[in-house]
Design a protein around this ligand. Structure first.
Ligand code: COD
Ligand code: ZN
Ligand code: ZN
Length: 378
């Protein structure tokens, strides 16, 4: 095992610190403590800009401040703590915002993936042992969903990192850390799209495009994209949509349009927007007796949704999942292998690549709708 000259020492490096909500990121010099037992210190090479990071900036997603955000990344292991067996220094890795401890009831369940050790639902903003590895200007800085990848170096628990193919291009496969897997897995793993089926995808942003790729890979015969922005249609067709519709072009509610277009309803529908009305439309447009509808979008705030139970009583299934339902540590290396085997591509969703220092520009591109995915490189 190779040992780096920095192993066991505090590393001073660059990071984007978010001191408080609704403020720009501040590029700072921080100190990153060495990994403790069962922890891994990673040199981040590339990290994507995801909507959920922006939800923290805007105050819609609560997590302790000050904080280092970022959760969609790839890097190289710099050093490991005592007892780490699944990665070693020099390995290429992807941090996992949904861990896989392998021991909890969720990890032991064959069909579920939302490990009990996640730091998403009741975020502590720390390592599993409750302590913190980052300081800046003498202050402790919190972690974010077990990853904190907007930093040249980060420390994660061994259950929150997966080793990947050493030949993988990190500036692309970083998307397997969130956006790609969330969308693609929702089609192949959560909905279990079948060969020859008809699918409807509501919302043609980066994640929606990955849902389309998943539907296509699963052999869907018809994939209908739904978006109020017709500029999104070309790319959706490029990745596999067979037709695209804009709800604003119709007088009838869009679920009725889809039901007519498909002679009774689609087999699988996906809500990839994060709105109550489109969640109901997506559910309603799937076949009343056997349609499956998957919620991927998170609506703003912890709000309730009204629905008519008859929609389910006739036989529809309504589902949702985090990270495309994938057991993260098992699935990520396989998804990278599938990417290397050219089973899917990631270029269509990468619209911008910026140096890490331009992180605020990356978020402006996201907020203005000009980017699909921006990758920040160190
Ligand atoms: N009808 C149809 N389309 C609409 C409507 C509408 N009423 N409103 C907006 N849209 C379209 C927009 O034009 C846009 O094209 C698309 O919906 C949304 O795309 P983006 O680019 O804003 O978003 P994505 O694809 O990057 O992400 C969408 C999510 C819903 C996945 C995201 O916002 C979200 O909720 N993420 C959290 C989900 C999750 O699993 N998080 C865990 C860690 S990230
Ligand atoms: Zn994300
Ligand atoms: Zn677990």
């Amino acid at each position: 095992m190779s040992t780096s000259s920095t192993a066991g020492k505090v590393i001073k490096c660059k990071a984007a610190v978010l001191w408080e909500p609704k403020k720009p990121f501040s590029i700072e010099e921080i100190e990153v403590a060495p990994p403790k037992a069962k922890e891994v210190r990673i040199k981040i090479v590339a990290t994507g800009v995801c909507r959920s990071d922006d939800h923290v900036v805007s105050g819609q997603l609560a997590t302790p401040f000050p904080v280092i955000l970022g959760h969609e990344a790839a890097g190289i292991v710099e050093s490991i703590g005592e007892g780490v067996t699944t990665v070693k220094p020099g390995d290429k890795v992807i941090p996992l915002f949904t861990p896989q401890c392998g021991k909890c009831e969720v990890c032991r369940h064959p069909e579920s993936n939302f490990c009990m050790k996640n730091d998403l639902i009741l975020p502590r903003g720390s390592m599993q042992d409750g302590s913190i590895r980052f300081t800046c200007r003498g202050k402790p800085i919190h972690h974010f969903i077990s990853t904190s990848t907007f930093s040249e170096y980060t420390v994660v628990d061994e259950i929150s990192v997966a080793k990947i193919d050493p030949a993988a291009p990190l500036e692309k496969v970083c998307l397997i850390g969130c956006g790609f897997s969330t969308g693609y897995g929702s089609a192949v793993q959560v909905a279990k799209v079948t060969k020859g089926s008809t699918c409807a995808v509501f919302g043609l942003g980066g994640v929606g495009l990955c849902v389309i790729m998943g539907c296509k890979a699963a052999g869907a015969a018809r994939i209908i994209g739904v978006d109020i922005n017709k500029d999104k249609f070309a790319k959706a067709k490029e990745v596999g949509a067979t037709e695209c519709i804009n709800p604003q072009d119709f007088k009838k509610p869009i679920h009725e349009v889809l039901t007519e277009m498909t002679g009774g309803g689609v087999d699988f529908s996906f809500e990839v927007i994060g709105r109550h009305d489109t969640m109901i439309s997506a559910l309603s447009c799937c076949h009343g007796a056997y349609g499956v509808s998957v919620i991927i979008g998170v609506p703003p705030g912890a709000t309730n949704l009204e629905m008519n139970p008859m929609l389910l009583l006739t036989g529809r299934t309504w589902k949702g999942a985090i990270f495309g339902g994938y057991k993260s540590k098992d699935a990520v290396p396989k998804l990278v292998a599938d990417f290397m085997a050219k089973k899917f591509q990631l270029d269509s969703i990468i619209t911008h690549v910026l140096p890490f220092e331009k992180i605020n520009e990356g978020f402006d591109l996201l907020r203005s709708g000009k980017s699909i995915r921006t990758i920040l490189t160190f």
